[in-house]
Design a protein around this ligand. Structure first.
Ligand code: URP
Ligand code: ZN
Ligand code: ZN
Length: 460
């Protein structure tokens, strides 16, 4: 089976030119002008369109038992949503609870995806406990193709690790060359502030951001930076939301700490006033770290442009507005945290980042594909358009005009946080390893074709 994408404007992290891309089987084999199509080749005309490397979301939750409920997507729905939106690879957080066995959890998360996903996938292995048995299992999981761990400094009593566990996890990661991704918020500060707010009768969704202001996140980042500095481990801050936290990461880099920084499309486009919407509408916008004061948005866009922030993810965590968010109707601390956005990351990044001049196309491709592939040991099979790379390609139509709506989305959740938002461009054709998987907002791929991507640690 061969595929020829003709006359598109190829845009990568560092180049831009018009050419044809020829793919044999699952791989890009030739890039040149005026390539001929041998008999039987599927030809896609990309004239007037961009061709990007398949986008990679480095932080999603598909299967997530959390806050007394389960996130709504499955790999069947989640991978369709990803592909329609131009994301061809997902890296999911495998999130065992403290009491859970690491290896059994890894196998459970794998079983959710294998034979079901239409896009390629991998996992960050969550470490919610560190003891001799877990250590042995983590070594085994790395052997099976995982090169990143995930730790939470938040969610006391659920996923959160203590400082001894944090130190030992980082030491093991350093030995194995694994990068440690981290949710940075000081869990004690969160717990104390939640108690105070509730005692004062402040129970609505708009109080969520009062319980975890920027200093709470910045303290978490500083904490992680100190541990990374002492152990020499390579770390990656997930969902960084504000200037105070970015300042801590930059200061640590200046001291020699190897730290990657991820922000989310939600922090770039939404602010805390959404979580303050009346009639419990704000619950749609409750996530952690919370949406921030609008002044942070320019800091994040500029950080992306200047390379201080490396990646843009979604932290996709879908919980229904009608049935799940109301678990916290009388107490904001019980609202399942998460703002679904897997399907819209690239469209939003393009419309509200590139079209408005905040970032250029190369920065978009870099932050949503190439840097992710480099950070997580997938490059150059993923994140690149060159012979030998996987034929994961996004033919993107900059002339599309439309609006986001829950009515047309593929994510299995009953609302869109971006309902009615105009879009100026979207993925027109999306391929995964040489096969077309989405066209103009419709899934056309094959469930179960997605492959588990084995990754080899490189962060020694
Ligand atoms: O609010 C969020 N971020 N929900 C998902 C879990 C996490 O912290 O990543
Ligand atoms: Zn988190
Ligand atoms: Zn997350």
């Amino acid at each position: 089976m061969s595929l020829l994408i003709k006359n598109g404007e190829i845009v990568t992290a560092d180049s831009r030119y018009i050419a044809d891309i020829y793919c044999e089987g699952e791989t890009i084999t030739k890039i040149d002008r005026n390539l001929a199509a041998p008999a039987g080749t599927e030809v896609i005309d990309a004239k007037g369109k961009y061709v990007f490397p398949g986008f990679i979301d480095p932080h999603v939750h598909i299967y997530l038992p959390f806050m007394g409920t389960f996130s709504k997507d499955t790999y069947e729905t989640g991978s369709q949503a990803a592909l329609v939106g131009g994301t061809t690879t997902l890296i999911e957080m495998c999130c065992p609870a403290k009491k859970d066995d690491a290896l059994a959890s890894f196998e459970l998360w794998m079983s959710q995806a294998v034979g079901k996903s239409a896009c390629d996938f991998s996992f960050h292995m969550g470490v919610s406990r560190f003891d001799p048995q877990t250590e042995g299992q983590l070594r085994e999981i790395v052997q099976r193709g995982i090169s990143s761990f995930k730790i939470f400094l938040a969610y006391k009593g659920a996923f959160g690790v203590d400082d001894t566990e944090l130190y030992r996890t980082l030491k093991l990661a350093k030995e194995l060359g694994v990068v440690v991704t981290a949710h940075c918020e000081n869990e004690t500060l969160v717990a104390e502030r939640c108690k105070e707010l509730l005692a004062a009768g402040k129970t609505n969704p708009g109080q969520h951001h009062e319980s975890r202001p920027p200093a709470v996140e910045a303290e978490g980042v500083h904490h992680l930076m100190s541990f990374a500095e002492l152990t020499g481990a390579s770390v990656y801050i997930v969902h960084l939301s504000c200037k105070e936290s970015l300042d801590q990461a930059i200061a640590a880099r200046q001291r020699g700490v190897r730290v990657g920084v991820e922000t989310l499309i939600q922090y770039l486009t939404l602010d805390k006033t959404y979580a303050e919407l009346p009639k419990f509408e704000g619950a749609k916008y409750v996530m952690s770290p919370p949406l921030r004061d609008k002044r942070n948005q320019s800091v994040l866009w500029n950080g992306l442009r200047d390379g201080l922030i490396n990646t843009v993810a979604t932290d996709h965590a879908p919980f229904d507005f009608k049935k799940q968010k109301p678990m916290g109707k009388a107490d904001f601390t019980k609202i399942p945290n998460g703002i679904p956005s897997l399907e819209e990351r690239i469209n939003l990044l393009y419309t509200y980042g590139v079209r408005t001049g905040k970032i250029d196309l190369h920065t978009m491709v870099n932050a949503a594909s190439t840097q992710v592939a480099k950070q997580f040991d997938l490059f150059p099979k993923k994140g690149a358009i060159q012979p030998g790379a996987d034929a994961d390609l996004v033919v993107f139509d900059p002339n599309y005009r439309g609006k986001i709506s829950v009515k047309t989305q593929h994510m299995a959740v009953d609302y869109s946080a971006f309902e009615g938002w105009p879009l100026e461009g979207r993925a027109s054709v999306v391929t995964v390893r040489g096969q077309v998987a989405a066209r103009d907002g419709k899934f056309t791929g094959k469930l179960g074709r997605g492959k588990f991507l084995k990754r080899k640690p490189s962060h020694f």
